[in-house]
Design a protein around this ligand. Sequence first.
Ligand code: WQD
Length: 341
Amino acid sequence: MKQILVTGGLGFIGSHTVVALQEKGYDVVIIDNLSNSSVDVLDGIANITGVRPAFEELDLRNKAQVQEFFKKYTDIIGVIHFAASKAVGESVEKPLLYYENNLGSLVYILQELSNKEEANFIFSSSCTVYGEPDSLPITEKAPVKKAESPYGNTKQVGEEIIKDTCKVVDGLKAIALRYFNPIGAHESAEIGELPLGVPQNLVPFLTQTAAGLRKELAVFGDDYPTEDGTCVRDYIHVFDLAKAHVVALERLLNDKNEKNYEIFNLGTGKGSSVLEVIQSFERVSGQKLNYRIAPRREGDVIAVYADTTRANEVLGWKSELSLDDAMASAWKWEQKVRGLS
Ligand code: WQD
């Protein structure tokens, strides 16, 4: 049976995408090296869909292991590639780890796909490639700016590697999906975000504060030129994002793509400030959040949110869940993980 490989499939967005794929009847195999995930996520996926995906623990930086995998799984018709290191700050301190992991893995997978008659490849990219945008909302035509971190650079270079490869490998078609800010968890609370150590991102730090794990949330600056002075982002529910991956894959499987390499922004098209996220949490949880205004964080852009016209009209996908839906699901997940529910 034709199989879909999901690399990083035990991670935050990967696991939600595996659920969305299985719910559409796809046979999924996961590769994960468990460096930023847990094998228990397989149980969460199986509890939701009733199907436990095949799982191979391997490190995609090991070319021989990648080759062995494709010798064993000969019916892979599509790959959704999430596996990558993704901490912006860490990438500044450890650039070679990021270039080796994020780009080495990508090259080895594309080399294997280049040997196949047909291959359909979905790449996990990021709005970080736009840097500080010149205008809002951001369309796919917005200029890709000099990356502010090695992590962001691996997304930019990754897209170029895929684009160049699709030009010369006849059977290969690809779509890069540029995510804005994924948040929330599956409504069942069987899977969700599992950040290791102190969360860098807003929502997991916020819910851990509400759960009593963190003393208070530091809001990084309220003196930005925005409505309430705090930064604005396009927060998209992770399950809306997961479903977009299935739509993008089917675009390729059904040969609906216009060119062999396409790019889509995945967001809600709406910007929300940090304080609005806090207000959303307080609304859906019924509890006050302990936070303070702190100095700005180095490298933060003022405001970023997507123009979703191409995703809506060309890809045929639109986000459906609201910020409150996402914050309610994030809080339900946090309470479950901490044994509070
Ligand atoms: C959001 C807002 C912070 C934490 C990052 C990556 C990006 C992508 C998504 C992978 C900002 C503020 C945060 C906190 C705060 N990841 N904040 N207190 O920086 O928009 O994007 O994640 O692709 O590449 O850069 O997300 O959640 O870190 O921050 O006030 O404790 O929340 O200043 O305004 P960001 P974030």
